[in-house]
Ligand binder design. Structure first.
Ligand code: NI
Length: 137
């Protein structure tokens, strides 16, 4: 089994709040992240595929192809966007790094032509990242 990872970056804004909770509860849960006009992050997304090397190509997956799949299905939808308002696959979700990572997994899982999706790692800052490996791990 080999693991191949492609890294992409994007910039986006968000506001963390739960519309079903009061202003006080949102403030206590999310603090500055609940500021009404939002704030931004430079995110790093790492998509890892696992599988066997194809003896004909020596590849698990052509990284140019993996890059294009990530750009078409994720980056073009989130880069320079408001994650609360603009992204179809985040509609109705609180756009925490956890929920973004899970939603990105769901977007990509069935679109990988060789090997299978192993993990989504989303870095929101240099010091914090979330890793998601699917429902059955
Ligand atoms: Ni934030």
């Amino acid at each position: 089994m080999v693991y191949v990872t492609r890294r992409e970056i994007f910039s986006a804004s968000h506001r963390l709040f739960n519309p079903n909770l009061s202003e006080e509860e949102n403030n206590s849960l999310f603090g500055k992240c609940n500021n009404p006009n939002g704030h931004g992050h430079n995110y790093t997304l790492e998509v890892t595929i696992c599988g066997e090397v194809n003896p004909k190509t020596g590849y698990l997956i052509d990284l140019k192809l993996l890059k294009q799949i990530i750009i078409d299905n994720v980056i073009n939808k989130v880069d320079h966007k408001n994650l609360n308002l603009d992204v179809d696959f985040l509609a109705g979700k609180i756009p925490t790094a956890e929920n973004i990572a899970i939603a990105v997994w769901d977007e990509l899982e069935n679109k990988i032509p060789n090997g299978k999706l192993y993990s989504i790692r989303l870095l929101e800052t240099e010091n914090n990242y979330i890793e998601y490996k699917g429902k059955n791990v």
